[in-house]
Design a protein around this ligand. Structure first.
Ligand SMILES: Cc1cc2nc3c(=O)[nH]c(=O)nc-3n(C[C@H](O)[C@H](O)[C@H](O)COP(=O)(O)O)c2cc1C
Length: 177
């Protein structure tokens, strides 16, 4: 089974660190799981402007392909203006309508205000559900204070929640198979 993690931030290290924890936890739970991290700050994804994928460059194609060929996917995003990042929304705009059919799609958000802990549920979950993704009951919000200046996660509770998310995603995906 291939698990793809998407880091939806164009700056900083916190989001990729959070998604890396989910991928590492998944590997620790089942070493047969292949993992692939797509960090949007390392990738040049074109700006979606309406037409189908055929009108975009090879690199954008390749990124979309890495996602659509995954068995299951975990999305991590910073919270910007009480919503997900524009970079992640742009990537999701490329997805065909059934992109996540039969796939578990996990959610991790990182924000500076605890008031926005439900952004994943209210802003990202409807998009993943529209694309037919199966969203686990564990959605993880991490306060940005849980990270060091360098972007390392230093919060045992948050680490446990990311591990639980990985566990639930694997159990659900195996159940679907
Ligand atoms: C333009 C902007 C808007 C933001 N809006 C929110 C917000 O509405 N709610 C929130 O909890 N955090 C908000 N934040 C804080 C970010 O979610 C937080 O700094 C997060 O850690 C960013 O991740 P990064 O440092 O890896 O890019 C905002 C940050 C920026 C730069």
């Amino acid at each position: 089974m291939k698990l793809v993690g998407i880091s939806g931030s164009l700056v900083g290290a916190k989001i990729s660190e959070a998604v890396f924890h989910v991928l590492s936890a998944a590997k620790a739970i089942d070493s047969n799981i292949q993992t692939d991290l797509i960090d949007l700050k390392e990738e040049e994804v074109e700006l979606f402007h309406g037409p189908s994928l055929a009108y975009y460059d090879q690199h954008t194609w390749d990124i979309v392909n890495r996602i659509t060929t995954a068995d299951f996917i975990v999305f991590a995003t910073p919270i910007y203006q009480a919503s997900i990042s524009g970079a992640l929304k742009n990537l999701l705009d490329f997805m065909p309508q059934d992109a996540f059919k039969g796939k578990v799609t996990g959610i991790v958000t990182v924000g500076g205000s605890g008031k926005h802990f439900l952004v994943g549920e209210y802003q990202l979950k409807p998009i993943l559900s529209y694309l037919k993704g199966i969203v686990p009951t564990n959605t993880v919000f991490i306060h940005n204070k849980s990270f060091t200046e360098e972007g390392d996660l230093e919060d045992e509770q948050a680490e446990r929640r990311l591990h639980k998310l990985a566990e639930e995603m694997i159990a659900l995906q195996k159940g679907l198979k």
